[in-house]
Design a protein around this ligand. Sequence first.
Ligand code: SF4
Length: 711
Amino acid sequence: MKGVIEMASAVKRDGRAVVTTCGGCYADCAFAARVEDGRVVAELPVVGHPCAARALCARGRHRLAMPFDERDRIVHPMRRRRDGSGFDAITLDEAFAQIAERLLGIVDGHGPRALGMTLGVPSFDRYWAYRFMHALGSPNVYGADGACEVSRLTGWEHSLGYSPASDLAHTDCIMYLGRSIVDSSTMGAVDALNDARRRGAKIIVVDPRRSGSAALADRWLRVRPGCDLALLLGIAHVLIAEDLYDHEFVARYTTGFDELAQAARPWTPEWAESMCDVPAAEIVATARDLAAAAPAAVVDAGFHGGIGIAYANSTQTARAICLVDVLLGCIGHAGGALNPPTPLVLGDLDPARFATPPVPRGTKLGSQRYPLVDPERGLCTTIGQSILAGDLRGLIVYASNPGAGYGNAGAWLSILEQLDLLVTVDIRWSETARVSDFVLPDVTYLEADRGVGTVVGANDARVFYRNAVLPVQHDDTRPGREIFAGLAQACGVGEYFQFASDDLAAAQVAPFGIDLDELKERGWADTGMALPSRTGEPAIPLDGGKIALASDVWERAGLGRVPGWIAPMVEPSPGMFRLISGNRPFESHTSRRLAAAGAAEVGSDLDAVQMNADVAARMGIVDGEVVELVSDMGRDRVRVETTPYLHPACIFTSAAPGGRSSGADTGGAQALGVGPLDHTPLRWDPLTGAALTQENAVRVEKITEREDNNE
Ligand code: SF4
C-alpha cells in the first residue's frame, strides 16, 4: 500500500469483513468484503440487506480489482500544456488554485450560469458536487438522461404522469421491448425473471437480436430496428378490433377512446407486419396472450435499450406502450404496471449548524429548448448546444465522459474544445480527460466510504451504508467530496463545506432514529416506515386525473392526438444496415477493458460485430472475416461474427464505449471493435434533446485482398 489519506472502515475494523455494496451500477449489490493477499474478496449474500444478491455479475466481479489496476489510472492532478502537447503533474493545491482562478474569471465575465457540471455513473459524491455548483451560484448540474432514456421518460410523463415499474413478481404475461434483463447484469432482476418463468408467466421479448432475455422467452419477436412502434400499434388494433380491451378501466380512467378507436382502424396486423417485419399472426397471438392474462399482464415501460433515446420515434413508442397498458387495464394492478413508490426522503444537514448555499434561482441552462422535458432533469446533451451558443464557458465533468458517451465522439470532442475551461474528475484517462485543461484524480469505489443509500421495497423502506474496503491507494488521489471541498475553499466558498461525511450520513438517517455507527457495522437498517400498497386505485397524476387517449399536449408537440406511426429519422437504403448496440452479460457501462475481461470468460470477444448469417452468405462474407464498415462518419476494419439470431437489416456492436471513440492514436486497451456511436452523426431530438444513438446507416464492404484477412 502507498499513502493513506483517509483511514478506511476495513482498516478501522482490524481486517474483519465489512459490509458494503458494489459501485458498478445503481443496483448497489451488497457483499461482505475482506482483503486477502492484496485482493478484495466478496462474500454473498448479505442476508437481510435490501440490496442482497446471490452473486456479483461479471462487471461487479471485475471491478473488485479496480483499485489495483494501474492501466490508464490518473494518479496525480494534471494540467494540460498550453501547446496541447500533453499534461504536466501539479500539486493538488496548485490545481485547486489555478482552476478556481479560471472558474471565478468565468463568473466575473459571464455570470455563474456560464458554469456547468455533468455527473456520470458512478459519481458517488453528488451531494458535494451540487453544493459546490450552488455555492458558485450555478443551477447547471446535468445527469445522463439525454444520453440514456429521456425520450422514453418524456413519453410516459405526459401520457400517465410517470414511468411505471412492472410487477414482475406477480405478472402472468410480460412483454419487453429492446430491454434485456438478462444482459443488464443485475443478478436480482435475472433471478426475478427466472422466478416468473418458473411460475408459468409468459415472457415475450421484442428485439432485433436474440438477446439473453430473448433466449429464455416464450416468444421472441424479431422486430425491424426502430419499428417497435408499428408492432405496438398493431397490438392496440387487435385489442380494440377483437374487443379484448378493459372496458371498465377505459371508461373510468381515460378520455378520447372513440377518437383512438377510429384512428386505430388502419393499424391492422398486416400493416404492422409490413412496417416492423413481425408476422401478423405473431402480432395477433401476442395481443391475445396479453389480453388473456390482463390485468396481470404488462408491456414493460422500458429502459435505455431500443427505445430510451435511440430513435426519433422513441417518445411516440413510449406513448404507444402506455396505450397498450391502458387497454389491458393493468395500471396499478398486481402483475401489471405498479403505481409510483412512496419516496424515502432522507434528512439533511441542519442549516443552523452548517452554512448552506441557497439553491440558485432559474432553470438549468438549455432546459428552455425542450419545454416538454422536466427542467429538473438537466439534460447532458444540452451541454453541447449551450457550448455552441457561447452560453456555457466552463464545465466540470465528474465521472462522466461526454467525449464518448453523449453522442458521436469526434463531434463532441470538437465541441468540448470550444470551452474556456474543461475540468475532468475521474479515475482513468477518458476521451474527455484527454482534452481537458485540468484532470483531477478520483478514487475507486472501494477506497472511500460512499455514504447512505435507500431502497423502497414492496412493504418496507430500508437504508444501507457503503463502507470503504481499502485505504486510498495513491497519495494524490482524493474522493470527489475532498476535491469539491478543496475547490470550494480555493474559490472562497469554503464555509459551505465545514462538515465531515459522517455529519451528513448521521443527519440523513436521524429522522428514522438510526444510529450511524450501528448502520455502518451492520451495513443496513430498516426505517420502520409503513408503505402504502402500489396496487389498487391507479395513480394518474395528470391534470383532470384521467389518461387522454387523444391528447392536446401531444398534438401541440407535433406527435398527433393519438400515437400514430412515425418512421425513424434515418432509413438505411438498400444495401445499407443500421448499426445497433446493446449489452451482453459481460458488458460494462464504462470501459471495454472490463467488458473484454468478462467476454473472455465466456469465450466471446468485443473486437467483432455481428451480422445476419444469410445476409453475410449472400455477400460472400464468412464467419470471422475482416470487413470494413463504411459511412459518412468514417471507415472501420472489423471482424464479423455471423449469426442467424439477428434481424437482417442491422449490424450489432457492443454498447461499451470503445472502438474509434477512444482515439486510435492512444492505442489504449479500450480501442477495441467498433464503437456504438462511431457511425452515428451528432443529432439532437428536436422534442427531447435525446442523442438519437441509432439513427444511422452503414455499408459493409468486403476486403478482397487475401493478406488483409490474415490479420
Ligand atoms: S449488477 Fe453488477 S455492476 Fe451492478 S451493482 Fe450488482 S454486481 Fe455491481
